[in-house]
Design a binder for this molecule. Sequence first.
Ligand SMILES: [Zn+2]
Length: 393
Amino acid sequence: MNKIDFNTTKLTQALVRCKSVTPADDGALQIIEDHLNSIGFNCTALSFSDPNSYDVKNLFASIGSSGKHLAFAGHTDVVPAGNEESWRFPPFSATIENDKLYGRGAEDMKSNIACFMSAANQFIKKYGKNFGGKISFIITGDEEGNAINGTPKIMEWTKEQNIKIDHCIVGEPTSDKAIGDKIKIGRRGSINFFLTVKGIQGHTANGHRAENPVHHLTKLLTNILSEPLDNGNEYFLATSIQVPTFDVGNSAHNVIPEYARATINIRFNDHHTAESLINWIKIKINEVFADLKNASCSLTEEISARSFINKKGELTDIMSKSIAEATGRNEKPQLATDGGTSDARFIKNYCETAELGIRNQTLHQIDEFVYLKDLEDLEKLYLKILENYFFKN
Ligand SMILES: [Zn+2]
């Protein structure tokens, strides 16, 4: 075991040097466990299996007893490096050049874990183990993969253990131009509809003996696109409807085809649910097809993400206050719902959850890096949040 050192830069380097491409761990969780153990955290390694997925190692660690319970959630797994030859430095070397630390996972999200660990270390050194609350780490080895054996199972486990978490900070890279200028409090949902219209094939010269599915499908799509579903709100963009595919597969211009198909992708805000949109599209289909004898429309759907929002609450208030204090900036952080998915979608069912981390710049790219100065600023900010969370409310 290496010497226990809570220097954020060194800790980030140690984590980046573990080649933990999902679901490999390569020692990353052990580094976290050793560090947290050394300052009095109780660590539980949680390995989960499932017939539908690969096995995954996870870690739950906590310190403190009664009082408010704040958790930090993160993942040690990373996406593949891609073509290693294209990297400026080997992707798992964690090389520092000038003011930057390069490596796969540097931004997404090993640096964030290192910053929160260093902040927790300082907090415990300053206030002791009995500070009147509880701090936990929820660390998974599978956020970038299918997550079956990751955060959802850790959260189920906490429930079985009667561990009640009040608030959770997910350490994904959310900042934009400066540390703490953007917090994520939810995200849009996504649903795909697959439409197949069946008509009657025939000669284009004998239209009266055929039934053209293209005409009915275009009418349906026109109705669907005729007006916006909503205008968005304070936290969400307007729901967007896109028709990414329209296929007839007919190469003969004198044949009326039997089938026409289209896909609709809807990115929706919290004015809708997947279920309400399924109902809505069924009504639209019915309006066009109910009275047709020779054409019908079949529908299948795929819900790829549900929308959610954590309304502004105690946690985001403490975060905003801490950001102002730690950075000296006056403008409030942006509360956003854009971007891709994160494990916040699993944790928000258990407690108020918000995402706050390093600047979102190069994640998943070749030459992923973080600025060393950002590590310092984020550690300072996380410490300020811990102090405000436990002592000033
Ligand atoms: Zn991530």
